[in-house]
Design a binder for this molecule. Structure first.
Ligand code: UD1
Ligand code: CA
Length: 461
């Protein structure tokens, strides 16, 4: 049986944050969630998460996941360190199980690599295997010390390394696979005789080696998988790696991304084929985009569903539904709970909120549509305002199919414009407009003949 112990109890001091480190997000998803998901995907179904600093917050964030939380006691009277963290799950370690140790702050590890590590460990009949890689800058990482034959001897922390060791560029990922029985045996033997006065899990490797148990290192090519996050700079670095991974995934599935360096797609977003995404697009949360869409420059879409063949330019869409063939923007804003039917045009500087709009309707310029039910084939002119708020309450406006709302009109809610109703430009509508009727609600125009001339004449005198 394979189990995992995922370390997530550390303070994350170097983040300088009130949020537990493992809850900091990478492409919209907490770091720890990637580790849990990939562990499960690698076929490990018993996952123990060690929590401590900010533990309740971590528990709350993952209460929906099928994992077991173990509390690491924190305080001056308790030891500290990755070794002490692993000890908290000791009672769950069976002698003949393979125990994979993962770190909540190493989010780029893939399920494929976790699987390969287990296979390598079993294949080589090791009692302990550490996942390693070569990096350009090993600062802060544990170094892999090998003997003359190239076998791993021990892991030395950056702070404990001597002049020679500090130049080694093969680093410890913090990810290991151990045979249960020997892991428990070695855990009892680690001490805090090191620069940080901590119990290091890394010492298990040298303890097993000394006792004659076979240990090994599984060296991987792609060092980016094992980058850890200790600081905000490393957080941004991992975000960049993950962003490219996500963008590559979509491109491989038939999405055109004009500039993958400047396209920000979060982990859970789904995009259909032949959609084109332009630079500056930010696609967030639980968003689904259909096929053959154009997601234009500087568009932000969050928790929304976009149909097929939709074109959106420089606009913001939040918690809304946009059906097929709509054309949105530039500079439109769909606020939460906007539901657009098919083939709708929402143009420049139009804001929609908590409204339903039927197929083929249009609001091409400068309008506010709030708390409304708008039917099909409705034309909403330039400058129309749905006046939904009386200072105390919001009210709804109903505009039925085929109505025409002339430019610069106010519809003062609650109010209804019935089918084929026609509101003259500049009207302020406070009463229901009957079916197929024209409503004009504005002062009549008066022309004062020669008025200007008279005014000038007076002035000249
Ligand atoms: C650790 C390794 C180092 C490796 C690096 C890879 C040790 C001693 N060092 O260093 O060799 O190169 O990871 O990223 O293991 N944690 C707990 N309880 C604790 C302390 C830490 O759960 O008491 C958790 C942290 O939340 C974190 C993980 O363990 O998720 C690693 O701890 P961290 O302090 O970041 O270790 P590093 O200094 O990065
Ligand atoms: Ca770390």
């Amino acid at each position: 049986m394979n189990i995992s112990i995922i370390l997530a109890a550390g303070e994350g001091t170097r983040m300088k944050s009130d949020i537990p480190k493992v809850l900091h997000k990478i492409c919209g998803k907490p770091m720890l969630e990637y580790v849990i998901d990939n562990s499960k995907e690698a076929g490990i179904d018993k996952n123990y998460i060690i929590i401590g600093h900010g533990g309740q917050k971590v528990k709350d964030a993952f209460s929906h996941k099928d994992v077991v939380f173990k509390d690491q006691p924190i305080g001056p009277q308790y030891p500290y360190g990755t070794g002490f963290a692993v000890m908290q799950a000791k009672e769950h370690i069976e002698d003949d199980s393979n125990v994979v140790i993962l770190c909540g702050d190493t989010p780029l590890i893939t399920s494929k690599t976790i699987g390969e590590l287990i296979q390598y460990h079993i294949g080589n009949k090791n009692f302990g295997t550490v996942l390693t890689a070569y990096v350009e800058d090993p600062t802060g990482y544990g170094r892999i010390i090998r003997d003359e034959e190239g076998n791993i001897e021990k892991i030395v922390e950056h702070k404990d390394a001597n002049e020679e060791e500090i130049n080694i560029r093969e680093i410890n990922s913090g990810i290991y696979c151990f045979k249960g029985e020997q892991l428990k045996y070695a855990l009892d033997k680690i001490d805090n005789n090191n620069a940080q006065g901590e119990l290091y899990i890394t010492d298990v490797i040298s303890i097993l080696k000394k006792e004659g148990y076979k240990v090994g290192a599984y060296l991987i090519e792609d060092a980016s998988e094992i980058y850890g996050v200790n600081s905000r700079v490393q957080l941004a670095f991992c975000e960049k790696v993950m962003r490219h991974r996500i963008n590559r995934y979509h491109m491989e599935n038939g999405v055109t991304i004009i500039d993958p360096d400047n396209t920000y797609i979060e982990a859970e977003v789904k995009i259909g084929r032949d959609t084109i995404v332009y630079p500056g697009a930010i696609l967030k949360g639980n968003t689904t985009i259909g096929s053959d869409c154009i997601i234009g420059e500087n568009t932000r879409i969050e928790n929304s569903s976009i149909g097929n063949g939709v074109e959106i330019f420089s606009s913001t869409i939040e918690e809304s539904v946009v059906s097929d063939c709509c054309h949105i923007g530039p500079y439109a804003h769909l606020r939460p709970n906007s539901h657009l039917g098919k083939n709708i045009r929402i143009g420049n500087f139009v804001e929609v909120k908590n409204s339903n709009i039927g197929d083929n309707s249009k609001a091409a310029h400068l309008a506010y549509i709030g708390d409304a039910d708008v039917g099909k084939n409705v034309n909403i002119g330039c400058g129309v305002v749905f006046v939904n708020y009386d200072g105390l309450k919001k009210h709804r406006t109903i505009v039925e199919d085929n109505a025409f709302i002339g430019s610069n009109s106010n519809l003062i809610a609650p109010v209804k414009v019935k089918k084929w109703g026609y509101v003259a430009a500049g009207s302020t509508i406070t009463h229901e407009v009957e079916e197929s009727s024209l409503a004009i609600a504005r002062a009549r125009q008066v022309n004062k003949i020669g008025w200007v001339e008279k005014k000038k004449f007076k002035k000249d005198k």
